[in-house]
Design a protein around this ligand. Structure first.
Ligand code: TXA
Ligand code: MG
Length: 333
């Protein structure tokens, strides 16, 4: 059930989480499917509801920086601690997830048996209030079926997962609209595992280094979430390597365009990510536009690639992975 996050709904959310149930929760990036991060059984249910493979670990959400000590291993190296604290001060709450050595208290199911844990403080008043009321971190992956389009509105969660989720808190549309950037600090050099809502440029400036994006992998279980295909609509999606040409498209196809089209075209329907080429606006609208196109049951969705700067890196990553779901004939959902 979708509810406005008033006092009664927040109380109910607390009761459900403490009872080991799941709650749909808004964050600034995408909606999460939340469980008590210290309750292994509740976290196992997340995998079941999402039909998520157990090798794909969850992100643990915190309400405040000093909770970090509850979920990461004591005795971080001085350098790792310095970098983690610098990034936390600069970017939390916000769309940055850090991978660090895990504390014993975090159940293995959350981290897929690895000795690292992914953590972030989300920038959303409802998520923060829920965790403060619980005084507990929440494990929460995106609230969609594994491999499917991510949810940026409460209705997307209900459409995607159905009534098995007892409560979905409606915090309105997500302001960032793509998942957090994931930075691995558990190795000798920081590694960007997933481009996301915090631009690579801002991270590089803060760290004063160049960050290559890790190569995608279908096999390497040490780099989960880097699956080649993901984020896919039910409709076949083709990533156009160019912007749309005169007379392109046909009456069975839809188009996801970066900016308004200046040429005549034949598409049945066009969704525009940004009226003036703003990549932050495009990211915020990405999944919403894809959900809309998908609902039209067209034969095909074409998508224009966007410039590869700022949040464009994350947008192109999501579009490429959505297109691969069909090229590889393994629709992950
Ligand atoms: O913005 C977000 O990050 C959203 C909101 C809800 O916070 N969450 C999200 O979760 O995108 P999810 O489950 O869709 O993606 C989590 C990814 C996993 O696919 C995995 O690649 C990575 O986080 N991850 C989690 N724990 C990890 C670890 N210990 N080492 C490396 N990667 C990890
Ligand atoms: Mg996800």
């Amino acid at each position: 059930m979708i509810r406005r996050p008033d006092k009664a709904a927040m109380d109910e959310a607390v009761r459900l989480i403490l009872a080991g149930e799941l709650v749909g929760m808004p964050t600034e990036t995408v909606y999460g499917l939340a469980a008590d991060a210290f309750n292994a059984k509740a976290c196992a249910m997340i995998f079941e509801v999402k039909a998520r493979p157990s090798f794909d670990p969850l992100i643990v959400h915190l309400a405040q920086p000093d909770w970090l000590e509850r979920v990461i291993a004591p005795g971080l190296s001085v350098e790792t601690r310095r970098v983690a604290e610098l990034l936390a001060r600069r970017f939390w709450p916000g769309p940055l997830t850090l991978v660090l050595p895990k504390a014993d208290a975090v159940p293995g199911i959350v981290t897929s048996g690895m000795d690292t844990v992914a953590v972030r403080i989300p920038d959303h008043p409802v998520a923060l209030a829920l965790m403060q009321a619980l005084n507990r971190p929440l494990a929460a992956p995106s609230a969609n079926r594994f491999g499917a389009l991510s949810p940026t509105r409460a209705e997307h969660v209900l459409q995607g997962l159905g009534p098995v989720v007892p409560l979905i808190l409606d915090g309105g549309p997500c302001s960032i609209g793509v998942e957090s950037s994931i930075l691995d600090l558990s190795r000798s050099e920081p590694r960007l595992l997933r481009p996301g809502g915090l631009s690579r440029e801002l991270l590089q400036d803060a760290l004063n280094i160049t960050l290559p994006v890790e190569a995608d992998s279908t096999e390497n279980p040490l780099a989960p979430g880097q699956l080649k295909s993901h984020y896919a609509p039910a409709t076949r999606l083709t990533l156009l390597g160019h912007s749309v040409n005169e007379n392109e498209g046909d009456e069975n196809a839809g188009l996801l365009a970066f900016t308004p089209l200046k040429v005549r075209h034949r598409y049945a329907h066009v969704e525009i990510l940004s009226s003036d080429g703003n990549l932050a606006e495009a990211a915020a609208r990405l999944f919403e536009c894809l959900h809309r196109l998908d609902a039209m049951k067209l034969a095909r969705i074409d998508a224009e690639a966007v410039p590869e700067t700022g949040l464009g890196l994350a947008i192109n990553d999501r579009l490429l992975k959505a297109s691969r779901a069909f090229n590889s004939q393994q629709h992950p959902a």
